[in-house]
Design a protein around this ligand. Structure first.
Ligand code: PMP
Length: 470
């Protein structure tokens, strides 16, 4: 590959020295996923567009460059100016790289759902990072959208707004699409990608469909995201799925949107990393999980391309941390695990819960009717995400509250609830539960990232009894 360089500088003639890091954005490799194909019995050609080889390590370098160049042309960004953007990290890195080269300051606004490494990474490029709570609606003044709006005004900054900026999909229409067309000799039959701002999938789809309208475009999507029919409730995969429709959302261009769970996304990311030696993140795992389904149904001569947006390096403390994975109930650490305790209990009741607005009176009735003394308080209705647990109530605390003031019986339970129960994964060790129950009255068991059941000391006692009788 030859980089463009300064033709006027004769010292560079005949060299392959890029003028700056900006000139190395794009032209990423396309690599077969042979081992994954073998494991999953895939007969067609399955290949991955490796966006990790961009200088910022993600697909977002492309729109970052396009958005900044367009803002320079339009005068929205002037020399020495400031860029403010709410971003989950990758767009931030792209913007920080281009800003460093072209002399701009950057302020990035993120939610606390984002892996901590991503915050450190942006600070390493000299950017300012503001972290906001994820658990507030977009119209709340502390939401990351609102904070970004305020900072843009205060700093007289340029706001690329990747969710609305037409130069985001345009970057992929101008680069990613043509690269894939050329790299497959025009024989690509399916293109699979995750969608966040929808810039990648829409821009690439526009170019590919213009070359050959028969090319199938398939989006992978977190199963709670609105793109695949969810309600935008919380999920753990980062950078993809939304609770609203961004400007680039173009359902006419997509042949299919396939919902994928957090669990399948994370386990696929781990499998690709181990089997192919390609370290990918949760959204890459989600895209590959989607591509596996598409490729299994494809004809042997088809060429299915999946775009991997970024590297697993940004997720070492989550997707690649066995403890984190086990605590959410995504991994089994042992045979003698919490699942065995629940099995021994036999009844495996569906999770009993109350909503934050349930009255204290109804909460007490529910506890009495089921003979239980702890109850999680969860927002919405099942299936819950771990992030929808708001707190917990305990018989003892309720008794004390009602004794002090009996009018509490008609208040919402959220007025008197205590902190959330500590969590344990369904595949974690019984010994860990024994240790945790030494201090906590009960534990919330998670499976596949979702609350499954409440585990108490008496559950453990019954289990030990069964073991000793067995
Ligand atoms: N994966 C990750 C990790 C991302 O940061 C993004 C960008 N939000 C995407 C996938 C999706 O790309 P796009 O915004 O172009 O839809």
């Amino acid at each position: 590959m030859a980089w463009g360089n300064d033709a006027a500088d004769s010292r560079l003639h005949g060299t392959n020295i890029a003028d700056s890091v900006i000139d190395t954005i794009g032209s990423t490799p396309l690599v077969r996923l042979k081992r994954i194909s073998e494991i999953h019995g895939i007969e067609c050609v399955l290949a991955m567009k490796m966006e990790t080889t961009n200088p910022g390590g993600s697909a977002k370098d492309r729109p970052a460059l396009e958005m900044i160049l367009a803002a320079e042309r339009s005068g929205e960004l002037r020399p020495g100016g400031t860029i403010v953007e709410p971003t989950s990290g990758n767009t931030g890195v792209g913007l920080a790289i281009v800003a460093a080269q072209r002399g701009y300051k950057c302020v990035f606004v993120m939610t606390d759902k984002v892996a901590p490494e991503k915050v450190s990474l942006l600070r390493a490029y000299g950017a300012e990072v503001v972290v906001c709570p994820v658990a507030v609606p977009p119209e709340d003044p502390t939401s990351y959208y609102k904070v970004a709006e305020r900072l843009t005004v205060e700093r007289d900054a340029f706001r690329p707004n990747q969710y609305a900026n037409p130069n985001n999909p345009l970057a992929h229409e101008k680069t990613t699409g043509p690269e894939l067309w050329a790299q497959t000799g025009g024989r690509i039959t399916h293109f699979v990608a995750g969608a966040g701002t929808c810039g990648t999938i829409t821009g690439t789809a526009r170019y590919l469909k213009a070359q050959n309208p028969a090319i199938k475009i398939i989006a992978g999507d977190p199963d709670a995201s609105v793109f695949s029919g969810g309600s935008g409730r919380p999920y753990l995969v980062e950078g993809v799925g939304e609770d609203f429709y961004p400007a680039a959302w173009s359902p006419d261009l997509y042949d299919q949107v396939i919902p994928i769970s957090d669990e399948e996304s994370f386990l696929t990311a781990r499998q690709v990393s181990r089997e192919e030696g390609i370290l990918i993140g949760g959204s890459g795992g989600m895209a590959v999980a989607t591509a596996i389904r598409v490729a299994k149904a494809a004809a042997p001569n088809d060429i299915v391309v999946v775009l991997n947006p970024d590297s697993g390096r940004g997720y070492l403390s989550r997707v690649f941390d066995d403890q984190w994975m086990a605590n959410f109930g995504f991994l089994r650490e042992c045979d003698e695990c919490i699942a065995a305790v629940l099995d021994a209990r036999g009844d495996t009741p569906s999770l009993l819960y109350v909503n934050p607005s349930t009255s204290v009176r109804n909460t007490i009735d529910l506890m009495r009717a089921n003979g239980i003394s702890q109850l999680p308080v969860c927002k919405n209705t099942p299936p819950f995400a771990a992030a929808e647990v708001a707190g917990a109530v305990d018989e003892l605390d309720l008794m004390e509250a009602v004794y002090r003031d009996s009018s509490v019986l008609d208040s919402a339970v959220e007025q008197v609830m205590g902190p959330k129960l500590p969590t344990i994964g369904v595949g974690q060790k019984v010994a860990l539960a024994v240790e945790m129950l030494d201090v906590a009255p009960a534990l919330l068991v998670l499976s596949g990232g979702r609350p499954l059941s409440v585990l108490t000391r008496s559950d453990l006692l019954s289990y030990f009894e069964v073991l000793s009788n067995g």
